[in-house]
Design a protein around this ligand. Structure first.
Ligand SMILES: Nc1ncnc2c1ncn2[C@@H]1O[C@H](COP(=O)(O)OP(=O)(O)OP(=O)(O)O)[C@@H](O)[C@H]1O
Ligand SMILES: [Mg+2]
Length: 339
C-alpha cells in the first residue's frame, strides 16, 4: 500500500518535472539558486549564493568550509534556508523534498554506511526506502554493485571494507533507484590513484546515460578532466562559474607565445614586441621565453618581429589555463592584472 503510494507520488513528480521542462522548452538549467543563505548559529555557510547549474557533469570547487556540502544539502531539502530560493529540476526542495529525492541520488561526504550489514543488504535497503519493491531493489543492488566493481566482497559486513570499497558502496546506494540527478560530495576522498581513476571513469560512464552529476572535490585535476561546467564557491558566495572550456580558455585576446634564441636575441625581441603589444607575463627557461601577450591582434607582426630579431617561434596560440590557475585567479579577484 505504502509502496504503491510512493510510486504514484513518484510518477506524479516526474510528470510535473517533465511538464515544467516541456513548458519552458529546452531548459539547460537544472538547479537554480537565488540569494540562498544558510547559517549554523553564528556561521553563515551560504551567504546570498546565486547560481544556475546546467545539465552535464558540474564541478563544485572551493576551499574547506566554502559551503559546497551545504549547497548540496540545501538542494536536497535537508536544510532550512534562512533566505532565498532553490529550484531543482523545477521543484522546490524546501516544500517538495520527498518528490525531489525520488529523482536525486546523493553520495555524502562522510561515512553513511551501516557497518554491521553487507553491501547487498545496505544498497537494497536504501533502494526500498526509495520506493522500490524488495525483489527489484535486490536485483538492482546487485547490478549497481557490479557496476561499481564490488565483487564477492558484497556479502561481507561493510566494517571489513577498505576506504575505496566504502566509497564505491556509497556510490552504489546513490544510484540504486536510477536517479536523473546525482550529487557526489568528495567521491574520490581517501582513494588511492587507481581507485580515483575507477571512480572518475564511473562518473563519466553515468553521465553518458544522461544523468546530471554535481561533483564536489578538492582535486582540481579530477574535476578538470571530467566536468563540463564548474562552479567556484568561497565564503558561501559564488566566485565564478562557467563552461569548463570557457574557463580554461583564459582571457579573451591573450595569447601564449614561446620563443627560443640567444639571450641577446630574446631581449631584443621582447623590446620590439613591447612596442606593439602588452606583455602580461613572462617565464624564462634556459634559452626559451614563454610570454603571454595581450592586444596584438596582428599575429603576422609577432612572427615578423621574431624573424627580424633572430628568435625561433616554438608555439603561438590562444592562452590555455588549467583549473588550478582558474581557481587562483578567481580568488585574486578576476584575471591577470585584475582584468
Ligand atoms: N551542521 C553544521 N553545524 C555547524 N556548522 C556547520 C555545519 N555544517 C557546516 N557548517 C559550517 O558551515 C561552513 C560551510 O561548511 P561546508 O561543509 O558546506 O563546507 P565545504 O565547502 O563542504 O567544506 P569541505 O571542503 O571541508 O568539505 C563551515 O564553516 C562549516 O564549519
Ligand atoms: Mg564538504
Amino acid at each position: 500500500m505504502l509502496i504503491s503510494l510512493v510510486r504514484i507520488v513518484r510518477s506524479m513528480a516526474e510528470e510535473i518535472a517533465v511538464g515544467q521542462e516541456r513548458a519552458s522548452g529546452v531548459n539547460p538549467i537544472h538547479i537554480s539558486a537565488r540569494d540562498v543563505t544558510v547559517s549554523f548559529g553564528s556561521v553563515t555557510a551560504l551567504d546570498g549564493f546565486t547560481a544556475d547549474i546546467p545539465r552535464g557533469i558540474v564541478g563544485l570547487l572551493g576551499p574547506n568550509g566554502a559551503g559546497k556540502s551545504t549547497l548540496i544539502k540545501a538542494s536536497l531539502g535537508l536544510l532550512v534556508l534562512d533566505r532565498g530560493t532553490i529550484s531543482v529540476g523545477g521543484l522546490d526542495p524546501q516544500t517538495q523534498s520527498l518528490q525531489i529525492r525520488d529523482f536525486i541520488g546523493y553520495m555524502p561526504e562522510h561515512d553513511c554506511l551501516i557497518p554491521s550489514i553487507n553491501a547487498v543488504e545496505l544498497v537494497s535497503y536504501l533502494g526500498m526506502i526509495s520506493g522500490m519493491v524488495s525483489r527489484d531493489a535486490i536485483q538492482r543492488s546487485h547490478e549497481m554493485l557490479d557496476f561499481v566493481g564490488i565483487g564477492e566482497e558484497r556479502y561481507r559486513p561493510i566494517k571489513s571494507y577498505s576506504t575505496g570499497m566504502k566509497q564505491k558502496v556509497k556510490l552504489a546506494q546513490a544510484i540504486v533507484h536510477d536517479p536523473k540527478l546525482l550529487f557526489l560530495d568528495e567521491p574520490t576522498s581517501g582513494m588511492d590513484p587507481q581507485g580515483r581513476e575507477e571512480m572518475l571513469s564511473l562518473v563519466t560512464k553515468m553521465a553518458s546515460s544522461e544523468k546530471t552529476i554535481v561533483v564536489s572535490s578538492h582535486i582540481l585535476e579530477d574535476l578538470e578532466r571530467i566536468c563540463d561546467y564548474a562552479v567556484i564557491i568561497d565564503n558561501g558566495k559564488l566566485v565564478r562559474s562557467g563552461e569548463m572550456t570557457t574557463l580554461l580558455a583564459g582571457e579573451e585576446g591573450v595569447r601564449s607565445l614561446t620563443v627560443r634564441g640567444s639571450e641577446q636575441a630574446l631581449s631584443g625581441y621582447v623590446r620590439a614586441l613591447e612596442q606593439v603589444c602588452q606583455i602580461v607575463d613572462r617565464k624564462d627557461e634556459a634559452g626559451e621565453f614563454t610570454l603571454l601577450i595581450r592586444g596584438c591582434e596582428d599575429g603576422k607582426k609577432v612572427l615578423r618581429l621574431a624573424a627580424e630579431n633572430g628568435v625561433q617561434v616554438r608555439s603561438f596560440r590562444p592562452e590555455r589555463l588549467d583549473l588550478e590557475e582558474v581557481f587562483l585567479r578567481a580568488f585574486r579577484g578576476g584575471g591577470r592584472d585584475g582584468h
